[in-house]
Design a protein around this ligand. Structure first.
Ligand SMILES: *Cc1c(COP(=O)(O)O)cnc(C)c1O
Length: 373
């Protein structure tokens, strides 16, 4: 049996054409026409008059957002606890402390009520406001962005929207990645579209994006020789990778359709049982369904047993993200919430969700899950 991967890259012919163009014109470096074009095409896809800087990863984008917001040693930054470590590692890079906030049951993302409590409590405890809020749109599901942007405005704390998993999703008609002072995207190999590795920083503030491009190319002052008055980073996306990204962006909406159709298939074939619970879209919310996640409520079938049963048939699945406040490396960071993320981690599983999955393979996955109990 061929292996079914969780979320493999899905590349077409257009990508090859753009990459060949990069080779033919010898633009192989982290400069070149594909980068500018990719940035413009991303900005026009996202709408809302945003500006975009193409970078080497989503993690780099969060790092630069924190630097540009002036987050420093001794500051605190609030972050969703139910996420991948790439969301919060950059908080440590700048010497700040993450404060983790748990999930709300309808989106599994940052709970606005707990967020407000956490802000008030940190101000009371430390005498100063958290310097930023990082809200994550996990698995492509939009967070409660109306309430969260309102809290960010009320307390005047900048918001970073980690839409690494949410490209192609929207909240009340507005694309994810465009909320907050900064949005970030990832084009890592397992994301909905990929540049093999890469990311982007998004903002309505053109100066912020100009600054990000400057910092991402080693912070060179305007001079013929190399002069630096600031510390820079090597975070720019290469022209070759941007070529892949241009091709991928053209098929993004199709990829979203395919991922959503995976989700529909799983719900149709497993979801009628109260034994498999899927996360529904609240009104006005459109998820790219990057990964289909399921909570397993079957007597005698743990998510780990289900995972092993699938692995036995050469099918890759994965536990939900282990919350950050349970990670040994963050064990000393403050945490707020009712531990919903721990429950999700214990009961959930990510099912194969690649955009090239066909009905034969989806059927194989469902049959395997059903025979596991
Ligand atoms: C992938 C991911 C990141 C980091 O993106 P990279 O491009 O891999 O650095 C950050 N946050 C979330 C939620 C992610 O899934």
């Amino acid at each position: 049996m061929n292996r079914i991967f969780l979320s493999p890259p899905h590349i077409g012919d257009l990508e090859r054409k753009y990459v060949e163009e990069a080779f033919d014109t010898n633009w192989i470096s982290p400069a070149g026409p594909h980068i500018t074009a990719f940035e413009q095409e991303l900005a026009s896809y996202l709408g809302e008059d945003v500006h975009v800087a193409a970078l080497s990863s989503g993690t780099a984008a969060i790092h630069l957002a924190l630097i540009i917001l002036g987050v420093k040693h001794g500051d605190e930054v609030i972050c969703s606890t139910f996420t991948f470590s790439g969301s919060c590692n950059p908080i440590i890079y700048v010497g700040a402390t993450p404060v983790f906030v748990d999930s709300d049951p309808t989106t599994w993302n940052l709970d606005p009520t707990v967020l407000r409590e956490a802000i008030i409590n940190r101000i009371a405890k430390t005498g100063k406001k958290p310097k930023a809020i990082i809200v994550v749109d996990l698995y492509g599901m939009p967070a409660k962005l109306d309430e969260i942007t309102a809290i960010s405005r009320e307390f005047d704390i900048p918001l970073i929207e980690d839409a690494a998993e949410g490209l192609g999703s929207s909240f009340r008609g507005r694309k994810l990645g465009t909320f907050g002072d900064f949005g970030i995207l990832s084009f890592n190999g397992n994301k909905i579209i990929t540049t093999s590795g890469g990311g982007a920083l998004v903002s309505k503030n053109a100066e912020f994006i100009e600054k990000a491009r400057f910092l991402a190319t080693q912070a060179r002052d305007k001079a013929s020789y190399y002069q630096h008055t600031e510390i820079g980073y090597n975070y720019r996306l290469s022209n070759v990778c941007a070529g892949i990204g241009r091709g991928q962006l053209k098929v993004l909406d199709e990829r979203v359709k395919q991922r959503r159709s995976n989700f529909d298939f799983y719900v149709k074939n497993l979801g009628n049982d109260s034994e498999f619970e899927f996360l529904r879209e609240p009104d006005g919310i459109f998820s790219n369904r990057w990964l289909t996640t399921v909570l397993i409520r079957v007597q005698g079938l743990t998510p780990e047993n289900a995972r092993l049963a699938m692995e036995n048939e050469n099918i890759e699945s994965r536990p939900l993200w282990k919350p950050m406040h349970l990670q040994p490396v963050f064990s000393r960071s403050p945490y707020y919430g009712n531990r919903l993320s721990e429950k999700l981690f214990n009961e959930g599983l990510c099912l194969p969700s690649g955009s090239a999955l066909d009905y034969v393979n989806l059927g194989r996955i469902v049959a395997c899950l059903k025979s596991a109990y």
